[in-house]
Design a protein around this ligand. Structure first.
Ligand SMILES: Cc1cc2nc3c(=O)[nH]c(=O)nc-3n(C[C@H](O)[C@H](O)[C@H](O)COP(=O)(O)O)c2cc1C
Length: 200
């Protein structure tokens, strides 16, 4: 793996309220694999950190402060959601609603647990991230609980496991490149019309 000056801090965001969640289980597995690729990882499990709905309370709610600290720490994200009616879960949408400029110039990977492929839910997350000027990975992870897990709740699909390795590798490699360029552009004095110039 190419050495880079930038250190990647990857925040995984789990958004199922189910204790035995498949989407959160896969998120935990991939974060562990990402950490083997010279990146730091942290988990924000929205089942445990119940972020209030946007504008429903003061911004100094403990959960909002905790999530904000993690989001500011991160320069890469993996968003994970169950497929609910072809859509992302309400908690992940609410999480995304709380932030905007914090996502700019950062890479995003995606996990959806679905009986289908979960592509529409993935596209919705991509749309929200694009709207916040984040960079989405071109492919994502679809988790099919019946096919990918055994009866004891362990990951059993070699195909999915290989794809997890692929995302764990690509997210770090491309995430560093994108982030490094963004940081360079932020420091650049002469180029006025760059993507990063708007965030100075
Ligand atoms: C309200 C609701 C809507 C759902 N809609 C869909 C759906 O449209 N397509 C689908 O494949 N699965 C759907 N499911 C099933 C979940 O996506 C599936 O059980 C998933 O594994 C749950 O993720 P989790 O294990 O991370 O909680 C739905 C489940 C619920 C509770």
């Amino acid at each position: 793996m190419m050495k880079s000056a930038i250190k990647l801090n990857v925040l995984g965001v789990g958004s199922s309220m189910r204790e035995q969640s498949y989407s959160t289980a896969v998120l935990k597995i991939i974060l562990e694999r990402v950490s083997r690729n010279e990146a730091e990882t942290k988990l924000l499990d929205l089942r445990l950190t119940r972020i209030p709905m946007l504008y429903s309370t003061k911004e100094d709610a403990e959960e909002i402060i905790h999530a904000t600290e993690l989001v500011k720490w991160a320069n890469a994200f993996i968003l994970s959601t169950p497929d609910y009616h072809g859509s992302m879960s309400a908690p992940i949408k609410n999480f995304l609603d709380h932030f905007w400029s914090e996502f700019a110039g950062k890479i995003f990977g995606y996990i959806v647990a679905s009986h289908e492929k979960g592509l529409t839910a993935m596209d919705q997350m991509r749309t929200a991230v694009r709207q916040c000027y984040g960079w989405s990975m071109p492919y994502g992870l679809s988790v099919n609980p019946e096919e990918d897990f055994d009866d004891r709740g362990n990951l059993s699909s070699e195909k999915l496991s290989n794809r997890l390795d692929m995302v764990a590798r690509d997210l770090v490699v491309y995430g560093k490149l994108i982030r490094q360029q963004f940081v360079n552009d932020l420091a650049e004095k002469n180029v006025v019309n760059s993507f990063a110039a708007y965030y100075k």
